[in-house]
Design a protein around this ligand. Structure first.
Ligand code: BGP
Length: 478
């Protein structure tokens, strides 16, 4: 499929990873244990991600995929060379808080952790690849969970500010694109994975989670303030798991519910981008008798420190209904409570595949925020098979990406200002929702299975050269 020139010169084509899903070396060189290091594979994982955990240390009988992941910690130079071969202009990665402050509030940062990311950024710059850094991609030092229940406590705001200032100061000459919390809206759905929050017996879930959300929103604004002061030429954004909610029918009740479900996620971005709590959130707090404790200075901090761009992930659109029969029979099992949409297909993991929804979602976000957008996650998790001749013919991934990139190009022609696209998992990595390696996203195959067996060797898939050409033609050839 060829297209006329649609992507702007300097469009930041690349790929995205997260520390806990690639690095491994989970306790190496002084790193502290994190919440995501306590997520095993198997049926226990979902409950723990949702905050139902009592023992904050790994169980010797379980397998924890993040402990070794794909050993990016020791392989990053080889992997970055492959990304450079594809022509990456940018590379999104996250810094693990517990590599820098192993216990979250250590008097001094861990120099070995700081040095690792220094070396990583140098390697990217050697290949003229722009680092795009997520300050927190779900990781929280376990020590802060044990002492404060993580973001439920206001204490985390100051500790996160100290962590952010430390990395801004250290990397101010190497990193010009930052974002605060990965998929900040995940807090409401998977609180332990998303923000290290344990839901204790009898806790008022909404009170705990919206109080934690307020702490993260203030912390994000303080990080924006510090970033603008320390790195004046940097851009710092927020990041949400996006995907428009469609109403199942034209019944106004369905339409209203779809709007409410969208607002569940927009709430976070409204505050980070507009600088104040929206009226619908205040009504929600009132209707649910939530008493969100705010400090006197919070309102001004939020208003004065809004983000420069909106980062977002897009995998699927979502659908909702007010009809109990539909809700019961059509659930698609994703964390947002979406129901199946009969007009589109699904991945092997039941995720809706809706390329036009990508164009719709990008337009929806740009209409709402009128700020540059950065697509920092999109891709297809699939069970890649190795052919007898050793090749991997992932035409299904090329098809998914081709259609989504085409719709992203349509959105840009609609006038949506999109500054870059970092496809999720350019190299196979640990799946967040399932902890599996077999849910593969990469242009590069990694020899490792769900049980941690394999040589960790890397191998190009068919999509490697396809994406290399997309970048070389700046999206003209998809
Ligand atoms: C998002 C996360 C990523 C990534 C992605 C794909 O929620 O930001 O960390 O994992 O989902 O999901 P999964 O890995 O479950 O297929």
């Amino acid at each position: 499929m060829t297209n006329n020139k649609r992507f702007p010169e300097g469009f930041l084509w690349g790929g995205a990873i997260a520390a806990n899903q690639v690095e491994g070396a989970y306790l190496e060189d002084g790193k502290g244990l994190t919440n995501v290091d306590l997520l095993p594979t198997g049926e226990k994982r979902r409950g723990i991600m949702e905050g139902h955990i009592t023992d904050l240390k790994p169980n010797p009988e379980d397998f924890y995929p993040s402990h070794e992941a794909i050993d990016f910690y020791h392989n990053y130079k080889e992997d970055i060379a492959l990304f450079a071969e594809m022509g990456f202009k940018s590379f999104r990665l996250s810094i693990s808080w517990a590599r820098i402050f192993p216990n979250g509030d250590d008097a001094a940062p861990n120099e070995a952790g700081l040095q690792f990311y220094d070396d990583l950024f140098d390697e990217l710059r050697k290949h003229n690849i722009e680092p795009v850094v997520t300050i927190a991609h779900f990781d929280v030092p376990v020590s802060l969970i044990e002492r404060y229940n993580s973001w439920e406590s206001r204490k985390l705001v100051d500790l996160f500010e100290k962590y952010s200032i430390t990395i801004f100061e250290r990397y101010k000459d190497k990193v010009k694109y930052w974002m605060t919390f990965n998929e900040i809206n995940m807090l409401l759905h998977l609180p332990f994975m998303g923000a290290g929050i344990v839901l204790k017996e009898g806790a008022n879930r909404d009170q705990v989670l919206y109080q934690a959300a307020h702490h993260q929103l203030v912390a994000s604004a303080k990080a924006v303030k510090a970033c603008h002061e320390i790195i004046p030429d940097a851009q710092i954004g927020c990041m949400l798991a996006a995907g428009m909610f469609y109403p199942y029918t034209s019944n106004p009740d369905d339409v209203f519910k779809a709007m409410e479900k969208d607002r569940e996620s927009f709430f976070f971005i409204d505050v980070q981008s507009r600088g104040e709590y929206p009226g619908y959130a205040k009504r929600f707090f009132k209707d649910h008798n939530l008493n969100i404790k705010m400090e006197p200075e919070d309102e001004q901090i939020l208003k004065d420190n809004t983000v420069d761009y909106i980062g977002f992930s897009y995998y699927s659109s979502r659908t909702t209904s007010t009809d109990p029969e539909v809700l019961k029979n059509a659930t698609s099992g994703n964390v947002f409570g979406s129901v199946s949409n009969p007009y589109v297909s699904k991945s092997e993991w039941g995720w809706t595949i809706d390329p036009k929804g990508f164009r719709i979602t990008a337009n929806q976000l740009y209409d709402r925020y009128q700020k540059p957008l950065f697509v920092v996650e999109n891709g297809l998790g699939a069970k890649d098979e190795i052919n007898a001749d050793g090749t991997i013919t992932d035409d299904y991934r090329i098809d998914y990406l081709k259609k989504h990139l085409n719709e992203m190009g349509e959105a840009i022609e609609d006038g949506v200002d999109i500054i870059g696209y970092t496809s999720w998992g350019p190299i196979d990595i640990v799946s967040a929702s399932t902890g599996e390696m077999k849910k593969r996203y990469g242009y590069i195959y990694v020899d490792r299975d769900n049980e941690g067996n394999g040589t960790l060797s890397r191998k190009k898939k068919k999509s490697f050269d396809w994406y290399k050409n997309v970048i070389a033609t700046n999206g003209e050839e998809l």
